[in-house]
Design a protein around this ligand. Structure first.
Ligand code: SF4
Length: 358
């Protein structure tokens, strides 16, 4: 039976009320949340949805996250893109119409030091209007350097806020230091970055508690750094290698609820949805609060320029086909995602700003 009938759906919900909503399976409540979230999203974002693409620069990683296809103990072909290969990837993505990219690496400072990231950022500026990074956590001065090299934003996921689960899931490597990772968004803001994306990997722990903790971290950052643009991603765990834990999986209805409640509590933040989700789920979710979706994604290193794009970029089928970080679920091209949005009455946006100065 619903225990939420006396709760007003608004942005001042307390944690007890949010948990009551999360634990209430009444479809009528979900519908009410969806309508409210849609209303708020239209008010602040109109009918625009931004498009971006992830680009994996490297799959070297020093950590051992037990749920990830890149983790250090797995015997997979490792590779990082060289200068020419990076250029080829940028050209392929820009050709597809992408103007906003997220550059990713596994977490290996040794293989992809800040200098490597800096060079990749500088090269990206020729092709893209908005460039974000998702890499290992850095120091404040390093974030400032990357900012100066053209980085607009950084994505950093805490993965889970359940510290006991965190310890089990991250048994070795620098990532096992929960506090250092938790403090990264502050260092990013202090480094001068104007966009910060936070997130949890849904499926690692009790999602209800993780979402409350994520909201709490966001509230505290908003208070300390009000000038930053914040966004949240809610990737769900997808089948990877040897991680078989099923206890914490999140259903479609639960993910919709998470998106709607987050939108209601945080009317102005960006909400991203990746191609980990199916095409049919994404087609529906864009109505409830999502503001940015990836399109035409490859999660393999060198996945856009294809095989042997140039003599300097030799074919490496093993890397391209066998070792993505996670499986892409929505495999549609950028053009197909754009067409889907237009068909549903949205305005696909490839860049939300452009520097007019030379
Ligand atoms: S989640 Fe990131 S840090 Fe962890 S193993 Fe995968 S690539 Fe490395």
């Amino acid at each position: 039976m619903s225990n939420t009938k006396n709760i007003t759906i608004c942005n001042t919900l307390c944690n007890t009320e949010i948990l009551a909503i999360f634990n209430d399976h009444d479809p009528a409540l979900l519908e009410q949340l969806a309508q409210e979230a849609q209303k708020i999203t239209r008010r602040y974002f109109g009918r625009t949805i931004s498009l971006y693409a992830p680009l994996y620069l490297s799959n070297h990683c020093a950590n051992q996250c037990v749920y990830c296809g890149f983790h250090a103990s797995l015997k997979i072909p490792r590779r990082k893109l060289n200068e020419q290969e990076i250029e080829a990837e940028y050209q392929a993505l820009a050709h597809a119409g992408i103007q906003s990219i997220l550059l990713l690496t596994g977490e290996s400072r040794q293989h992809t030091p800040p200098e490597y990231l800096e060079a990749a950022l500088k090269a990206a500026k020729k092709y893209f209007a908005n460039i974000a990074l998702e890499v290992y956590p850095l120091e404040t001065e390093e974030y400032a350097r990357l900012n100066a090299a053209g980085c607009d934003g950084v994505t950093i996921f805490q993965e889970t806020y359940d510290q006991a689960r965190y310890k089990i899931l991250h048994p070795a490597g620098k990532k096992s230091n929960y506090a250092y990772r938790y403090d990264a968004p502050r260092r990013i803001a202090l480094g001068g970055l104007r966009q910060i994306t936070l997130g949890v990997l849904l499926g690692l722990a009790d999602w209800r508690q993780d979402i409350l903790a994520l909201h709490a971290q966001l509230r505290s950052l908003e208070k300390e750094f009000p000038g930053v643009d914040y966004a949240i991603s809610f990737p769900r765990l997808r089948g990877t290698y040897d991680y078989k834990e099923k206890n914490y999986l999140v259903s479609d209805a639960e993910l919709v609820k998470i998106i709607c409640v987050t939108r209601i509590l945080f009317p102005r933040i960006g909400i991203n949805l990746s191609t980990r989700e199916s095409a049919s789920f994404r087609d529906r979710a864009v109505h409830f609060g999502v503001t940015k979706i990836s399109a035409g994604s490859s999660t393999a290193v060198g996945g856009y320029a294809g095989l042997g794009a140039s003599p300097a970029c030799p074919p490496d089928r093993a890397v391209l086909e066998n070792a993505p970080q996670f499986a892409v679920n929505d495999e549609r091209s950028v053009a197909a995602v754009k067409a889907m949005l237009e068909k549903q009455g949205f305005d696909p946006v490839f860049t939300d700003w452009r520097c007019l100065a030379a």
